[in-house]
Design a protein around this ligand. Structure first.
Ligand code: C2E
Ligand code: CA
Ligand code: CA
Ligand code: CA
Length: 277
């Protein structure tokens, strides 16, 4: 029994070592991923549910690592946050997305706006609003065409987040609360923070047509948002039935595999016909 116990202990430490080695390797690879051009953005369409037209796109980061292959942002964004790499990566995301929007608008493509995801660490970086302002100037993108998405849990860090959000609002960019309904935070921030849009989390949208309580949560979020003068976007829309319910409740916009998967920029606009519902 003693020997067996020792073996399983060794097995356990070996497993830990392998995991922490992988993490170290991933960290060192991520450190140089930007310079090697391994990071890229894909864009997912956001459709206006009233007109049926495309209104914008959300930029989502991807990492094609020479060592690990395609790594999901769910796996490397937390590491980027831990190591501080999210600061240069986050700036690269904003610059790349703004450049892309400017290219599309210059080509006359029917797209109004771009959304980017921000991490809490970026709210502690020096002069986030100033950095975004220079990118807007450099790329020629109008601030009203950019939306910053923050997660609901970030609003719990009220004081710092409020100050930075107000500086972003003064720039003229829009603010959207991502994953709304999952953040376990008090709703009082909706009055205190300068928010434009709520994005209903995909967990509620997924079950909207099959589960009455998910439908009630989703539709209540829509009603509440409208009472507060906010826009609502539903994410994770995969079926026509989900889309119909969201339309019936006057949800403003929708995003999801039904309307379009995230794709590289050259695949975003179909060649011969306009994108519409
Ligand atoms: P998110 O911001 O909530 O993005 C939505 C996620 O849902 C994306 O996953 C998207 O590909 C996926 N999705 C879109 N439509 C559907 C659908 O109909 N069904 C299902 N099942 N999924 C759908 P992705 O691209 O893997 O990104 C995961 C998360 O990583 C994002 O969640 C966001 O929190 C984070 N992330 C992505 N890009 C960035 C970035 O540039 N910066 C930061 N800080 N975080 C990012
Ligand atoms: Ca998002
Ligand atoms: Ca989300
Ligand atoms: Ca999410």
């Amino acid at each position: 029994a003693k020997k067996r116990g020792r073996n399983s202990y060794e097995f356990y430490t070996n497993t830990l070592d392998r995991q922490s080695l992988k993490k170290l390797k991933m960290e060192s690879e991520l450190r140089t991923a930007l310079d090697r051009g391994e990071l890229f953005l894909v864009y997912q369409p956001v459709h206006n549910l009233c007109t049926g037209q495309l209104q914008g796109a959300e930029a989502l980061i991807r990492w094609n690592s020479r060592h690990f292959g395609l790594v999901s942002p769910a796996d490397f964004i937390p590491l980027a946050e831990e190591t501080g790499l999210i600061i240069p990566i986050g700036e690269w995301v904003i610059r790349t997305a703004c450049r892309q929007l400017n290219i599309w608008q210059t080509l006359g493509q029917p797209i109004q706006s771009i959304s980017v995801n921000l991490s809490i660490s970026q709210f502690y970086q020096h002069n986030l609003a100033g950095m975004i302002e220079s990118i807007l100037q450099e790329t020629g993108v109008h601030p009203s065409h950019v939306t910053c998405e923050i997660t609901e849990s970030m609003t719990m860090d009220t004081d710092n987040v409020a100050a930075v959000l107000h500086s972003l609002k003064s720039l003229g960019v829009s603010i959207s609360i991502d994953d709304f309904g999952t953040g376990y935070s008090s709703l009082s921030y909706l009055q205190k923070l300068p928010i434009d849009t709520l994005k209903i989390d995909q967990s509620f949208v997924r079950d909207i047509a099959v589960n009455e309580s998910a439908e009630k949560i989703a539709t209540t979020i829509i009603l509440m948002a409208h009472h507060l003068g906010l826009h609502v976007v539903a994410e994770g829309v995969e079926t026509a039935e989900q889309l119909q319910i969201l339309r019936d409740y006057r949800c403003n916009a929708a995003q999801g595999y039904l309307l379009g998967r995230p794709v590289p920029p050259d695949e975003f606009f179909p060649k011969n016909f306009p994108v519409s519902l």
